[in-house]
Write a protein that binds this ligand. Structure first.
Ligand SMILES: C[S@@+](CC[C@H](N)C(=O)[O-])C[C@H]1O[C@@H](n2cnc3c(N)ncnc32)[C@H](O)[C@@H]1O
Length: 242
């Protein structure tokens, strides 16, 4: 069996956790470059948009959490906002990803931590963001609950995540890119056989935006809403810690 034919553990559990850790450790050096290429540089624009929805202006000196922070691009986007005087903690369980974020902003502090058991007290943060991270958790609900635990009441959680365009024609065109072209580009540049097959497969297995909204509501968030970006290739969810 080819490594690329391997059945990927998209549905959850410890096997998923182990796969995700191994995979991000392996692809860390090419992660930022590939993000720019496969998203046609839209990833940074979407992070800026996510930061705009965080409501950080209400507490510009506050503490913010970038969850599943990877190379800290989402946290750095907040940390570099003119007028922002607070701190951003970037939590990820892959040290190699965090190391590549060093130097992106002096207001950023990387922390090696699992999103399902964060080393922070209840009600620590004034806001939190997750960029393309929740799809990778072995237990989505536990991750949302943990985010709610560490947020102050009234604080916002912003989630950017992959999804599929609802329009059938657009979805067909996108699926061709997503399932055929993108994995090929990813394999050539990262040299990892499955990481960029994981992306479409884990997106397919992940709840759609309506269900993610319901699950955020169930795990402690109110006023949850979402919007689809670029015809629905990415969704931006925003909720308030009840
Ligand atoms: C697709 S990357 C996203 C990185 C970054 N947020 C961004 O905007 O580019 C997903 C990240 O989630 C991290 N991750 C996945 N599961 C995690 C967990 N349970 N705890 C902490 N980090 C996790 C991975 O290590 C990886 O760095």
């Amino acid at each position: 069996m080819l490594a690329s034919d391997r059945k990927l553990p998209v549905s959850g559990g410890p096997e998923k956790r182990a796969y995700v850790r191994e995979m991000f450790t392996a692809i860390a050096p090419t992660y930022d470059r590939l993000n720019r290429i496969i998203s046609l540089r839209l990833d940074q624009r979407w992070r800026r948009y996510g930061v705009q929805r965080l409501g950080w202006e209400r507490a510009p000196e506050g503490m913010y959490l970038d969850l599943c922070a990877g190379t800290l691009d989402f946290g750095a986007t907040l940390a570099r906002q003119p007028g922002f005087q607070g701190r951003v903690v970037g939590a990820d369980f892959v040290q190699r990803m965090l190391r590549l974020g060093r130097g992106k902003s002096p207001r950023l502090a990387p922390v090696n931590a699992d999103a399902l058991s964060l080393p922070f007290s209840d009600r620590t943060f004034d806001g939190a963001m997750v960029g393309w991270g929740v799809r990778n958790l072995m237990d989505l609900d536990a991750g949302l609950r943990e985010a709610a635990r560490v947020l102050k009441p009234g604080a916002r959680l912003v989630i950017l995540e992959m999804t599929l365009p609802p329009n059938p024609r657009l979805r067909r065109v996108y699926q061709f890119y997503f399932r055929r072209i993108l994995p090929w580009i990813g394999r050539v540049i990262s040299k990892h056989t499955t990481a960029y097959t994981w992306l479409p497969e884990s997106t397919q297995a992940f709840p759609g935006p309506d269900e993610l909204q319901r699950r955020m509501e169930r795990e402690g968030f109110s006023d949850v809403s979402y919007q689809l970006l670029l015809g629905g290739v990415t969704a931006l969810h925003v909720g308030t810690r009840a």
